[in-house]
Design a protein around this ligand. Structure first.
Ligand code: FAD
Length: 317
């Protein structure tokens, strides 16, 4: 736990002011009004971190999978999940090519609901997934401070944002999904506005300026727009399905990239057990994690769970 003195020492650019909840700057003329109270301090997690090159990190995962005999087919679209007698038997590609497989796993990200509908398993699921449009924004670090070198990934619940160092001494700002922000659910994940909008840019960047008062706000917007694959309670689904041999690791809800290795381990254990006849729906599998030895009850991630009321219903899961 850092008190305000320690926070000032490590992050001199952060204001300690509290604000009266999160609003949108273009709807609230008192947006920058402070309550007069100070935050109490910060929770520092020395072991935490972030990946600022997702392409390299995905490539690393690819190479690691290939070293174990995995094979990747790029730019091929699956158009059919083939099945016989209630059991998956393979997939068909857009080219017409068929690939036979006794096990198929839906890891289609924001297209997960499309693939589940293709397999005919979505109806039976209690928790479903949808694609949600999301923006992250880039701004330069304040003058005289090297945020890329000395900054931390910071979750600022008071302002419903997270921000972290980005290459070129910039700050990447993302949203923690406050209720006042409209949710843009996307019906067709192949057709959405992938340009940063002025309104959301202003919302997230101005919120960051409440915590970093010296933030330079450029006149030109800059950022990345993409889709989250959001489950009904923002907790992922790592599970089997009603179709034998068809599994899913979906509903990453904007936050499971860092959990990918653990998710992969859990899915491998789950698939192995189910293929050997384990009834995971009736008797949820418990999986031991490789490095911490923690026991995870995979029923927590079931497609048939009730909506988890303890979820933050945000990117924080
Ligand atoms: C703006 C943004 C910021 C994020 N920030 C973070 C973060 O800070 N930390 C974090 O942990 N996570 C973050 N995430 C979430 C993270 O990106 C996802 O959890 C992660 O990428 C999910 O990986 P995946 O392999 O399951 O799915 P994806 O990476 O979405 O991959 C799915 C793949 O399936 C392919 N596919 C879909 N349909 C078909 C089909 N019919 N045939 C063949 N292929 C198909 C797609 O082309 C894609 O390559 C963020 C997401 C977004 C959008």
């Amino acid at each position: 736990i850092w008190d305000l003195e320690k926070l000032k020492e490590r992050m001199p650019i952060y204001s300690h002011d509290q604000y009266d909840g999160t609003t949108r700057p273009d709807e609230d003329e008192h947006f920058f009004d402070k309550t007069g109270k100070k935050i109490e301090g910060a929770v520092f997690t020395p072991g935490s971190g972030y990946v600022s090159d997702p392409q390299l990190s995905s490539h690393n995962l690819q190479v690691a999978a290939e070293a174990k005999g995995g094979e990747f087919l790029f730019n091929k679209e699956i158009t059919e999940i083939r099945q016989e007698n209630g059991k998956v038997v393979g997939v068909t590609l857009k080219s017409g090519e068929q690939i036979d497989a006794p096990v198929v796993v839906n890891v289609a990200g924001p297209h997960s609901f499309v693939i589940n509908q293709m397999a005919g398993v979505e109806e039976e699921m209690n928790i479903k997934t949808k694609a949600l449009r999301h923006e992250v924004h880039h701004v330069p670090s304040p003058d005289g401070f090297d945020f890329e070198k000395d900054g931390f990934h910071t979750s600022d619940g008071d302002n419903s944002i997270y921000f972290r160092p980005e290459t070129g001494n910039t700050i990447l700002i993302g949203s923690e999904d406050p209720l006042c922000d409209p949710k843009e659910w996307i019906e067709d994940p192949d057709d959405y506005n992938n340009q940063v909008t002025e309104s959301q840019w202003k919302a997230q960047v101005y919120r960051c300026a409440r915590r970093i008062p010296d933030l330079k706000i450029p006149s030109r917007t800059s950022g990345v727009v993409d889709l989250y694959d959001v489950s009904d309670d923002w907790i992922p689904i790592y599970d089997k399905s009603a179709l034998r041999g068809f599994y899913m690791a979906i509903g990453s809800s904007g936050n499971q990239f860092k959990n990918a290795p653990v998710a992969g381990h859990c899915m491998a254990e789950l698939i192995d057990a189910c293929e050997k006849g384990h009834d995971h729906d009736a008797n949820p599998l418990k999986v031991k994690t490789v490095y911490t030895g923690l026991e995870l009850n995979m029923g927590f991630y079931s497609r048939n769970r009730e909506i988890n009321p303890n979820s933050s219903f945000s990117v924080n899961g």
